[in-house]
Structure formats: C-alpha cells, structure tokens
Design a protein around this ligand. Structure first.
Ligand code: DAT
Ligand code: MG
Length: 154
C-alpha cells in the first residue's frame, strides 16, 4: 500500500470541481485518508515546488497556488502514486488524454487543476510537508476486501 499527496489547486476549488475530481479517486477504489482546505503560504509552496526553483514558470506557479485556497488530500491504495498520476493525466490539459482529470476538465498548462506526487519518494517528502501524522487516518476501510482480490494484497 502507498499513500500519495494530491492537491486540488485554486482553479479546481474556484471552478467548483472539487466534488467531480474527488469522485474520480473514490470511484477507482482509492481511499482518502487525509483532507484539508487551506490557504498556502509562500514558504510552504516554495518547499513543495523546490525542484522547480529557477525554472521560467516557477514564480507564476507559486503565485497561483498561494492565490486562493487549495484542497490537500492524502490518498491511499495499492500503487497509489502511479495510479493517481494516470488518473490525473499529462501536465498540460490540452495534451492530456480524455478520461483523465486534466484531459476532461482543463485547457491550461499552468492552471491544471491537480497536483499528484510523481514517485514514492516524492510522496513521502510531500506528505510530511502538508500533513502531521495525526491528520492521516490509515485504518482499513471495509471496502478493501471488495476492491482488491486476495492475490493483490499478498
Ligand atoms: P506535474 O504537475 O504534471 O507533475 P511538473 O512537476 O513538471 O508537472 O510541474 C509542476 C507544475 O508546474 C505543473 O503542474 C504546472 C506548472 N508547469 C510545469 N511546466 C509548465 C510550463 N511549461 N508552463 C507553465 N506552467 C508549468
Ligand atoms: Mg510534478
């Protein structure tokens, strides 16, 4: 089992797409084990996007994610990091495949609705930035016996 960090960015919140986007993760069988709506500080945005410092889009990216509240989610499931990246789709909404979140809801390169950790190591680093341990509720939901077969869970 993995937990990944998902952020519904200001455009998703402002456009009233939180429910539609959360539904994509829930109907897949993934579990939301942490959630909060927060206004992001420039300090936290800087830590989160540290790998992009110095890139031409960095200043605009930090300005965007700090401009209005975001919904931060911790999502858990088997191979949750890769599964969520697939559900989210390519970075630019105009290139993202139909059926993905970005492919179905967006047209922008920067205003692309959702962040998802890109590797298990990134997920671990990012979860520690955004959540305290007591904000994550890992206890198994009863759905798991119907989402995964016994071989999946070996
Ligand atoms: P992703 O969010 O798909 O992991 P990333 O980590 O390369 O993409 O970039 C982080 C965010 O920065 C991305 O979601 C949107 C923004 N961004 C990336 N490349 C961009 C570009 N060429 N122009 C504008 N914004 C960009
Ligand atoms: Mg990324």
């Amino acid at each position: 089992m993995q937990t990944t960090l998902i952020i519904l960015k200001p455009d998703a919140v402002q456009r009233g797409l939180m429910g539609s986007i959360i539904e994509r993760f829930e109907r897949k069988g993934l579990r939301i084990i942490g959630a909060k709506l927060i206004k992001v500080s420039p300090e936290l945005a800087g830590k989160h996007y540290a790998e992009h410092k110095g890139k031409p889009f960095y200043e605009g990216l930090v300005k965007f994610v700090t401009s209005s509240p975001v919904l931060v989610l911790a999502i858990r499931g088997l191979e949750a990091v890769a599964v969520c990246r697939k559900l989210i789709g390519a970075t630019n909404g105009r290139n993202a495949e139909p059926g993905t979140i970005r492919g179905d809801f967006g047209l922008s390169g920067g205003f692309n609705l959702v962040h998802g950790s890109d590797s298990p190591a990134s997920a671990e680093r990012e979860l520690a930035l955004w959540f305290t341990a007591d904000e994550l509720h890992e206890d198994a939901h009863t759905i798991e016996q119907w989402v995964y077969d016994p071989g999946d869970l070996k």
